[in-house]
Design a protein around this ligand. Structure first.
Ligand code: UTP
Length: 475
């Protein structure tokens, strides 16, 4: 077949005619699949993106008035703030009871650092049972639904590369007890990978090298997939957003939901107090009255190291990627069927084919993947809200197999969180001299979603003490 002439012209005008060098050698079936892939690329935009992000290293402009973003502290500072937090908790609970909140998990990433074969959400993270990441969230969502008397819908973003495997995993596991209707899978967009010479890379003679377009792709994908319409039909106003690799996250926290609502925020965020100036978390900043997140690598050292009079970091607020997002905000941003967020460049080793069609498996980065980030939507919001979270209770990212932000550190944090809840409920938990829990404990998220649940749980089970060295799943 012949490639549609308008499309062929657009590709040529974008300086990418080379992509079609094998066209005449392809079968009709390959040509047709390739043509639909090519039709999905924004050829008008591509030359600008390549010039700005590939052929040069984009520089993040740091505005002269950049300051640290204001936030609500973990503990209220005065009686007035305490009253606000109490009202917010009650409001959050009311919104959950009224079915106004859904959960949103981004699970479209490639999880390259973890090096695990399969979607990251299928990783067996449970410290004792090996329950997968997806199961943690599914059971937490079931528990919150039962607690507030309204099942929550779960929007789960996948990529073209892992959608089928993700859905299959849910089917195989009977949706972890969720009603299949409760889970709304949707697929994010893709971006072509570009070689350092500015030419798009081919994965094969009949296929571009495509990768997921970053978690910023969530917003447009919510519209394109019909998720926004579904939320409107359901009367859902807010999305509780978290990442697939953080099983410690409260999937729907009444205080966070309630403050988001009371503050009339369009996009809110949890912040954590950074442990050092260069901790690898995005920094909450403010400029011209708009809150933004600046990547750790882009914040100048002078600002990263700046201290307040009491010695604390001036730019203390780091982002663990936990948000509340209003449906109407997403609808407004994506109203024209498109959304312009800045792109971020990632230099990667990208398998591809060479000029003659031979496979190349680079050992050094050979090109650029472009991703957009969800937090870049924050400056576009008319109102935002940032709330401090307790790191030990909300953030255990599973990025690497070992070391920092790893499977090991995540499991240790899950055990420690459950131990603290047990202790707060009056159970004696064995700890070593250095304070580390001397047992492997895993409390089912289906039974316990918060400290209050644990008190009931301990009472009904008559739990008094955990034996040193025990390995226990409590459910
Ligand atoms: P990361 O940026 O940590 O990427 O994603 P990753 O894919 O999990 O891991 P690496 O960098 O390849 O090792 C943070 C979160 O955003 C999601 C991921 O699934 C994870 O929940 N994400 C990332 C998407 O949903 N889509 C993307 O295109 C990128």
């Amino acid at each position: 077949m012949k490639l549609d002439q308008t499309l062929a012209n657009a590709i040529t005008a974008a300086g990418q005619a080379d992509l079609l060098r094998f066209w005449d050698t392809l079968t009709e079936e390959q040509q047709s699949a390739f043509a639909s892939q090519l039709a999905g690329v924004n050829w008008q935009e591509m030359p600008r993106l390549i010039a700005e992000y590939v052929l040069q290293r984009p520089k993040t402009e740091i505005p002269a008035d950049l300051g640290p973003a204001p936030y609500f502290p973990l503990k209220p500072r005065n009686a007035e703030e305490k009253a606000l937090y109490d009202r917010a908790r009650a409001r959050g609970a009311e919104l959950l009871r009224a079915g106004k909140v859904s959960c949103l998990t981004v699970a479209g990433g490639q999880g390259t650092r973890l090096g695990f074969d399969g979607p990251k959400g299928t990783y067996p993270i449970g410290p004792v049972s090996g329950r997968p990441l997806f199961e943690y969230f599914a059971e937490s969502i079931r528990r919150i639904g039962a607690k507030y008397g309204r099942p929550l819908r779960w929007y789960l973003m996948t990529s073209l590369l892992n959608r089928a495997a993700t859905e299959e995993f849910f089917r195989k596991n009977s949706f972890f007890g969720l009603d299949p209707e409760q889970v709304f899978f949707f697929t994010q967009g893709t971006m072509p990978a570009v070689g350092y010479d500015g030419k798009l890379l081919l994965a094969s003679k009949s296929s571009l090298s495509l990768s997921p377009d970053g978690h910023g792709g969530t917003l447009l994908a919510l519209r394109k997939s019909g998720a926004l319409d579904r939320m409107t039909e359901d009367g859902v106003e807010y999305l509780s957003y978290f990442q697939v690799d953080n099983p410690l996250v409260p999937v729907a926290d009444p205080l966070f939901i309630g403050l988001h609502d009371l503050e009339k925020s369009e996009m809110s965020a949890i912040m954590l107090a950074k442990t050092n100036p260069y901790e690898k978390l995005g920094n909450f900043c403010v400029s011209g009255g708009h809150v933004s997140i600046i990547e750790y690598s882009d914040l100048p050292a002078e600002l990263a190291e700046r201290r307040n009079a009491d010695g604390s970091l001036a730019f203390i607020a780091g982002s663990p990627a936990i948000h509340m997002i209003s449906r109407e905000f997403v609808a407004r941003l994506t109203a024209g069927g498109s959304l312009k967020l800045p792109w971020h460049r990632a230099d990667k080793k990208i398998p591809c084919i060479d000029a003659d069609g031979n496979p190349v498996h680079p050992t050094e980065p050979n090109g650029v993947k472009l991703e957009s980030f969800i937090f870049d939507a924050m400056p576009l919001a008319e109102r935002t809200m940032v709330l401090e979270g307790d790191r030990k209770s909300v953030f255990a990212p599973t990025k690497n197999p070992t070391g920092v932000d790893s499977v090991e550190s995540c499991r240790a944090m899950l055990i420690d969180r459950d131990a603290r809840r047990l202790e707060a409920a009056g159970v004696k938990v064995p700890r070593r001299a250095d304070g580390v829990v001397d047992a492997k404990i895993e409390v089912s998220p289906l039974a316990v979603a918060d400290d209050e649940d644990m008190i009931d749980f301990v009472r009904t089970r008559g739990l008094k003490e955990i034996a040193p060295g025990a390995e226990l799943v409590l459910d």
